[in-house]
Design a protein around this ligand. Structure first.
Ligand code: ADP
Ligand code: RBF
Ligand code: MG
Length: 386
């Protein structure tokens, strides 16, 4: 499922990065920078996010001051931004799979450390907002506790030292290139979970690259396997999204037998940024027609290499006509796989049909079937305000 160069060395300890790996810090950082720059009459371009991911706070501040020609020194800018962040610590949400990973390793007695370029006090403030996180880590190392931050190996070496273990027994989980470099220089195995899309080629030094924490296979590293997959599906905390069906790319998916009823990615950019790309499934309601099984992709459709993250729900039902403009509501209850590229359109289509069969079958399991009756799907629309 996940791209793997070779089955790695066996490890006994896990060291995780915080921002971008366990926490969706980028989403809050984007909001803060956007409103800060707006006050200066400038427009934040989230595409410059790659300039700040994985940097020390001062390096990240320097990059923004330079890119946007701000009338402040990097130190002044950092202290202003730090104040804005301090109000938002508890609004930073765990990334999909973060709580699952933490619970899994904790309940199996695997030693875990947290290693971040952020100052220790910021790390503690951030993790205090999440139940059970702090006690899970047998060591927490901040960027201010070592001489040099990532990409230097210091932080990871210090984490191993505090866990009383050798670097070679440690597996690092990291979203940034700087972090991968740091882990490798520390002599550790490194799984990359890139937080910036379409940059996978830049992570070639990692031992393995996975699309999201949902795709981790700890048994590859001698760690206890996850046991929550059921019939090729992973139950997730359900989430809900809906709106009028809009025109998609018009690639003739229908001709291929896979029509996808697109929702406006623009209107849902916040909720979409919270969910990692991949193939999911659940229930779909059309207000005037009923509730149907549904399988969908979220992401950039690697085969077509889209520039925009879209949501592509395929309802597992034959309809006599199109339903553009109708209200579509989705309850997304499970995960199947990461998005992938394929050598041919035929192989992409075959895989999507297999996803459809997996979803069709799984949705009969009581665990997933229960969400068919979600009030979000079955309640009539609130009075239209038009
Ligand atoms: P577009 O690029 O506009 O999304 P598609 O070829 O993907 O075009 O077709 C999607 C449209 O087909 C939907 O918006 C909907 O109106 C219609 N449709 C018919 N059957 C289905 C189905 N089973 N699942 C999703 N959409 C369907
Ligand atoms: N596109 C990809 O490029 N890679 C994928 O792995 C992929 N998986 C999909 C899975 C499902 C269940 C659905 C409905 C779509 C998927 N797509 C994927 C998107 C697909 O390319 C898009 O909907 C096309 O327009 C279908 O022809
Ligand atoms: Mg479509």
């Amino acid at each position: 499922m996940a791209a793997s160069k070779s089955v790695g060395k066996l490890v006994s300890h896990v060291i995780v990065d915080l921002d971008g790996t366990l926490l969706n810090t980028d989403s809050v950082a984007n909001q803060i920078l956007k409103s800060f720059l707006a006050k200066l009459g400038k427009k934040w371009d989230s595409k410059s996010a790659h300039r700040i991911v994985g940097r020390t706070p001062l390096e990240a501040a320097a990059a923004v001051v330079e890119d946007y020609q701000l009338p402040y020194s990097k130190e002044e800018f950092l202290s202003m931004i730090t104040l804005l962040f301090a109000d938002q610590w508890c609004n930073i949400r765990p990334l999909p799979g973060a709580n699952r990973l933490i619970k899994h390793l904790r309940s199996n007695g695997v030693s875990m450390a947290l290693a971040s370029n952020s100052p220790k006090s910021n790390i503690e403030a951030k993790i205090s907002c999440h139940n059970g996180w702090k006690d899970t880590f047998s060591a927490i190392v901040g960027g201010d506790e070592v001489e040099k931050g990532k990409p230097s190996p210091d932080i990871f070496l210090e984490a191993a030292r505090r866990m009383n273990t050798e670097p070679s027994t440690c597996l690092v989980i990291e979203d940034s290139i700087a972090g991968v470099t740091a882990g490798k220089s520390a002599g550790m195995e490194v799984i990359a979970v890139p937080s910036i899309p379409k940059q996978v080629d830049k992570f070639s030094s990692a031992s393995e690259v996975v699309n999201s924490l949902l795709d981790l296979q700890p048994e590859k590293w001698g760690l206890p396997p996850f046991e929550d997959w059921i019939e090729g599906t992973l139950p997730i905390e359900p989430w809900y999204i809906g709106g009028p069906v809009i025109k998609g790319f018009g690639r003739g998916s229908k001709v291929l037998g896979i029509p996808t009823a697109n929702l406006s990615a623009e209107s849902f950019s916040d909720i979409l940024s919270e969910h990692t790309s991949g193939v999911y499934f659940g229930w779909a309601a059309l207000s005037t027609r009923g509730v149907y099984k549904m399988v969908m992709s979220i992401g950039w459709n690697p085969y077509f290499d889209n520039t925009e993250k879209t949501i592509e729900p395929w309802l597992l039902h034959e309809f006599p006509e199109d339903f553009y403009g109708e209200e579509l509501r989705l309850a997304i209850v499970g995960y199947i796989r990461p998005e992938a590229n394929f050598p041919s359109l035929e192989s992409l289509i075959a895989r999507i049909h297999e996803d459809g069969r997996i979803a069709e079958k799984a949705l009969d399991l009581p665990l997933y079937a229960a969400y068919r009756d979600s009030p979000y799907l079955t309640n009539p629309l609130p009075e239209s305000n038009s």
